[in-house]
Design a protein around this ligand. Structure first.
Ligand code: FRU
Length: 491
């Protein structure tokens, strides 16, 4: 593959001729790994979900986008509209790098409503001739016809004293009728931090300071923060970079997690419980939340991570977003369940009830590449249960439940092609309660595993060959009594 020079990575769409773009689109469309019900880039690279909102009867979802190839280059926001959060209509690029302040990327940000108007707030990434970065927080108003008008100047230009230019990803939230923006930052000691701003009028933003937490030494940069309240409790989500792996925890290159606590804006403190990872799979980062039409808190993440090469890179595209998940707070923990409306994708229901043991490997007539499967574990005296998905003679994506340890392990060592620069080929987690249910979403090149009705999620890309469609269950010894329900999903 041709080398991506800096010059090539900072080209705008209109810098390449239509023939080149058409060829790229053809290569992407010919990929055997295209997803069927996930948001994925039309070409090029997708990363963080941006500007998620339910506004005036529709959902709007954008994503970070470099259109010209599967590399992190000049970022745009690409926008989708939806009336159900299940089917999405592409609206095209909504924010483009076309001002001095965002000349090197329209970076991540959020959406909010103020006085009947829809606004986007984002980080403008600018580099000077010496490649020195300036990060500005910018606002654009969405006009009646859906086009956007950027404010002529950043609302926050550069970072406050004591912090570096790693200052980005504003998320606006409302509290007591005030607008606040929580922003990811790095202090001059190269420690990740969260900064808070407040505004009464969208134009003027006052710096309130740093949110004090217990995590003073927890990575060198905190990206993509979010703050919301559930059942009267505060929740901060953020993505710390620079955390060492610790046993089964923090195994991905960067982390994404949450803390539950109480935000006191007067004292600028967040009294909180421990940091917990949101997802225990291989590919999850930079999630953002918003409120749906029924007032539920919904989360969508990037099903990918920076600094890895993915098997589709050579096809001119990379990554997708996760399915939307509903968040609830139960017994001091966040629970994540697949969005109920995804049920409208279901076709061809199949069910089976029976024992799996050491010999019972194949589940007739189950197979598939795009499906949802609910496995209820009704009785279990097996030492280990094995579920194999997308399996064939040579490939299988293996989920193992170990009863003694109460651990769940996803092993993609034989899943097919693998991303590179990833630590190991398994991800494991100890569950809070014995395994009683797996709720799994498989798309052409991904698997999202929800355990025990929202207790734990493992999200991963997999790149099996098209012929790998089998579904099997077996045990190491002993037997397990299972109820399977499977739906084909049509996106
Ligand atoms: C997270 C991130 C953000 C930034 C964006 C740039 O993946 O690094 O911090 O705004 O991606 O694409």
């Amino acid at each position: 593959m041709a080398e991506w020079t800096r010059e090539a990575r900072y080209q705008r769409i209109e810098d390449v001729d239509t023939e080149t773009f058409k060829n790229l689109k053809q290569r992407v469309d010919a990929s055997p790994y295209r997803q069927t019900y996930h948001i994925q880039p039309e070409t090029g690279l997708l990363n963080d979900p941006n500007g998620l909102i339910y506004y005036d009867g529709y959902y709007y979802i954008s994503h970070q986008w470099f259109p010209l190839g599967a590399v992190h280059g000049l970022k745009y926001w690409f926008n989708y509209k939806s009336d159900d959060l299940v089917h999405f209509k592409a609206q095209g690029p909504i924010l483009e790098p076309d001002t001095k302040y965002d000349s090197h990327g329209v970076y991540s940000g959020s959406a909010f409503e103020f006085n009947g108007h829809l606004y986007y707030i984002y980080t403008g990434n600018h580099r000077d001739n010496y490649w020195k970065r300036t990060s500005s927080q910018m606002i654009a108003r969405v006009k009646e016809d859906g086009s956007v008008e950027k404010f002529p100047k950043p609302v926050i230009h550069g970072q406050p004293d004591g912090y570096t230019s790693h200052f980005r990803d504003p998320k606006v939230f409302k509290k007591d009728d005030q607008l606040y923006a929580i922003i990811g930052a790095q202090n001059n000691n190269e420690q990740g931090r969260l900064l808070l701003y407040q505004s009464d009028d969208v134009v003027n933003w006052t710096f309130l300071g740093e949110i004090q937490t217990n995590l003073n030494h927890f990575g060198y940069m905190w990206e993509c923060p979010d703050y919301f309240e559930l059942d009267g409790q505060g929740v901060i989500l953020f993505c710390p970079q620079g955390i060492e792996a610790d046993g089964n925890k923090y195994r991905n290159i960067y982390q994404s997690g949450y803390m539950i606590g109480h935000l006191n804006i007067e004292n600028m403190t967040f009294d909180h419980q421990e940091f917990q990872e949101l997802d225990r799979g291989f590919d999850f980062y930079a999630p953002q939340t918003f409120i749906d039409k029924d007032g539920k808190r919904i989360l969508i993440g990037w099903m990918g991570l920076p600094e890895s090469d993915y098997p589709t890179d050579s096809e001119g595209w990379a990554h997708c977003l996760t399915i939307p998940r509903e968040l609830t707070l139960e017994n001091g923990k966040l629970k994540q369940r697949p969005l109920k409306a995804l049920e409208t994708l279901r076709t061809n229901k199949e069910t089976a009830l029976g024992y799996a043991n050491k010999f019972n490997r194949k589940l007739h007539p189950y197979e598939g590449k795009q499906y949802e499967m609910i496995i209820d574990i009704l009785e279990n005296d097996a030492t280990e249960i094995y579920f194999e998905l997308r399996s064939s003679r040579n490939e299988s994506t293996l989920i193992t439940y170990n009863q003694r340890e109460n651990s769940l392990t996803l092993d993609r060592s034989e899943s097919g092609l693998l991303p590179t620069n990833v630590d190991g080929t398994t991800r494991s987690t100890i569950l809070d309660t014995p395994l009683n249910q797996l709720h799994i979403f498989v798309d052409t090149s991904s698997i999202e595993i929800f355990c025990n009705n929202g207790e734990r999620v493992l999200t991963s890309r997999i790149f099996p060959s098209e012929a790998s469609t089998g579904i099997k269950a077996s045990t190491e010894s002993g037997q397990v009594y299972l109820q399977f329900t499977k739906f084909e999903l049509k996106g």
